[in-house]
Design a protein around this ligand. Structure first.
Ligand code: EPZ
Length: 420
């Protein structure tokens, strides 16, 4: 397994191009199942998960023309040759659950492996399944698979989701576009990726109102058409590189992104002493006067993103003072803590909260990545640490960050990949 080697204590200075959002591109790819026409997606990040999702759709008979070196992919499902999403693919990528809604909506049936849990939590899908039942689908669980049937098609309904779920909202939003009548998704997720998906579906002929609010109304249509759509910037990558500037005392220009994508994260970073300015379509980030501790609680959008919790914790390990970080979304998202402590951080966990007492300097060490966002928090800590850090199991990193070594090296970091 590849490792990443970092020689730390280098201030980052320069420009970083922000890639398209992984967590928008993935549902957009599954949305192409809703039409028999070709859909072209632009600004798609060249990531392992994008390749995995494309391969999954090819199992259904989708024709995929991927040109990821130019961040472009064309998909067309004229007819489905299979409606099964197998366990060996779904277990590696939870977002595969997003094929369920489109397949049931367009073909009236689907057999999708239950995704199972992952490192950060049990990750149930009850909201997805209960919502599809309310749209008229028969859902059966058998031998680890979800078997969904809607031979007469789906029928619009008012669906109140008991927990705010990003992919739950996305699955039901996609399914509702072809349901008979009107659907209201109540207590819907408000993430920018939801708005991006709705905008793409509308460009395909769907009738959707309220995306980005807690209630989304969909008037079903009989069919959808092809489109060309550009994926929004990745807000998690934006926040990650903003923290990279702050933790190294550097000065970065993040190209083609917006502070509107990270309202609470930028507010907290500003409170901690980071200067962030929107300059046209770019974000200028620097932290000339050091970092002081702030208390953070993760929440659904527009709250502080759970996917930036580990990265913020890395920054707080070298703050002046102390910080309390509380994780409210997932039950096991502190696996980066023992690894950061190996680098000299002073962190104690109290249930779903971590108390971080700032130290003057981290020290490089061999550390282990455990999940996508924890792995990048270790890279951030390595950039700030004195000496050499080796991050093991970086395949986690490749799932969410396009060319991260290249982007960081271009700004003065000393980071290289060591192939095993
Ligand atoms: C999406 O996951 C993202 N993944 C995650 O990003 C992100 O951390 C998460 O939203 C929260 O923002 C993609 O978009 C592909 P949820 P998702 O359903 O949709 C509970 C990354 O690093 N829940 O919003 O799976 C669940 O247990 C990944 O890029 C149910 O109880 O998350 C959690 O406590 C990690 N029943 C809460 O809701 C359900 O049916 C929020 O989960 C679904 C979810």
């Amino acid at each position: 397994m590849d490792r990443i080697r970092i020689c730390g204590s280098k201030s980052l200075k320069g420009k970083i191009q922000i890639s398209g959002a992984k967590n928008s591109a993935l549902p957009l790819i599954t949305a192409t199942l809703l039409t028999d026409q070709a859909v072209v997606l632009e600004n798609v990040p060249a990531l392992a998960d994008i390749v995995s999702m494309s391969e999954l759709l090819m199992q259904f008979g989708t024709k995929v023309e991927a040109d990821l070196s130019h961040n472009r992919i064309q998909l067309q499902t004229t007819t489905a040759t299979s409606l099964v999403a197998p366990y060996d693919i779904v277990r590696k990528m939870r977002a595969s659950i997003l094929v369920l809604g489109p397949l049931v909506a367009r073909y009236g049936q689907a057999k999708v492996s239950l995704p199972g849990g992952c490192a950060i939590g049990t990750r149930p899908v009850d909201i997805h399944l209960d919502g599809l039942r309310q749209l008229g689908a028969e859902i059966e669980l058998s031998e680890g698979y979800i078997i969904a049937k809607a031979p007469k098609g789906l029928t619009g309904a008012d669906i109140t989701m008991p927990v705010i779920s990003v992919t739950g909202t996305e699955n039901l939003l996609m399914a509702a576009t072809l349901a008979k009548g009107t659907t209201r998704l109540i207590n819907a997720a408000r993430e920018p990726e939801i708005i991006d998906l709705a905008n793409c579906l509308v460009s395909m002929g769907a009738k959707i109102q309220g995306a980005g609010s807690d209630t989304i109304t969909i008037d079903g249509v009989s069919s959808l058409k092809g489109t060309t759509y550009r994926v929004i910037a990745d807000r998690i990558e934006t926040g990650t590189f903003a923290i990279a500037a702050a933790i190294t005392g550097g000065d970065l220009l993040l190209k083609n992104s917006s502070l509107d994508l990270i309202p609470s994260v930028s507010a907290q970073l500003q409170r901690a002493g980071v200067l962030l300015d929107q300059v046209g379509t770019d974000i200028h980030v620097r932290a000339p006067n050091g970092i002081h501790g702030v208390d953070v609680m993760t929440e659904p959008f527009p709250g502080f993103a759970t996917d930036l919790q580990a990265q913020m914790m890395a920054l707080m390990t070298v703050c002046h003072g102390a910080s309390m970080i509380t994780e409210t979304i997932f039950e096991n998202r502190f696996m980066h803590v023992p690894e950061l402590c190996r680098m000299g951080a002073n962190i104690t966990i109290h249930g779903s909260s971590a108390l971080i007492r700032g130290v003057s300097q981290l020290r490089g060490a061999p550390v282990m990545a455990t999940d996508l966002r924890a792995s990048v928090s270790l890279v951030l800590a390595g950039l700030a640490a004195e000496g050499e850090t080796i991050v093991h199991r970086v395949y986690h990193l490749d799932r969410g960050y396009e060319r991260i070594e290249e982007k960081l090296n271009a700004c003065g970091a000393v980071i290289e990949r060591l192939a095993d």
